[in-house]
Design a protein around this ligand. Structure first.
Ligand SMILES: [Zn+2]
Length: 160
């Protein structure tokens, strides 16, 4: 009797060029300098990170730049037990609402036991070394707990 097939490796490669536009270019350049820059809508005051140059709700340009300190709150997360290239299971990916932003972004959570990750956990970015930085989100290696008290549920309940 032969073993059942449980996994098939299918190497896939996709080469493409990306033209980010003005707002995304400024955002990507800020990452290269260890900063996270969002943009605020002049009408509804939502802060977009990453910025897209316009508010999708109001349809107006978002010219005001907001520098975020990078810290944030875990709003939801997933513990993955399946191997992935470069990641040893179990590992955690989380949607994080950065302080001052009105959108969540997905990052890895490391430097803690996956069983310790929880909603409301306060986290901070761990950047790659300055000499390795490029204009992309890969400059943030992962997020780690800050050790601060958890954020109150009301602070992130609309993002769960
Ligand atoms: Zn708006």
């Amino acid at each position: 009797m032969t073993e059942p097939v449980t996994m098939v490796e299918t190497p896939i490669r996709l080469d493409y060029s990306y033209t980010p536009g003005v707002a995304s270019s400024r955002f990507l350049r800020s990452l290269e300098h260890g900063q996270i820059v969002g943009q605020r809508c002049p009408r509804c005051l939502k802060v977009y990170m990453p910025p897209r140059g316009a508010c999708s709700m109001c349809g107006v340009a978002t010219d005001e730049e907001i520098v975020l300190d990078g810290k944030g709150t875990v709003t939801t997360f997933c513990v993955t037990n399946v191997p992935s290239p470069g990641l040893t299971p179990p590992y955690v990916t989380a949607w994080i609402r950065l302080d001052g932003a009105d959108i969540t972004s997905m990052f890895l959570i490391q430097e803690c036991d996956p069983a310790e990750v929880r909603l409301g956990m306060r986290v901070e970015p761990v950047w790659v070394d300055e000499s390795e930085r490029q204009p992309n989100l890969g400059n943030i290696r992962y997020y780690r707990p800050t050790g601060e008290p958890d954020a109150p549920y009301d602070d992130y309940k609309d993002y769960v």
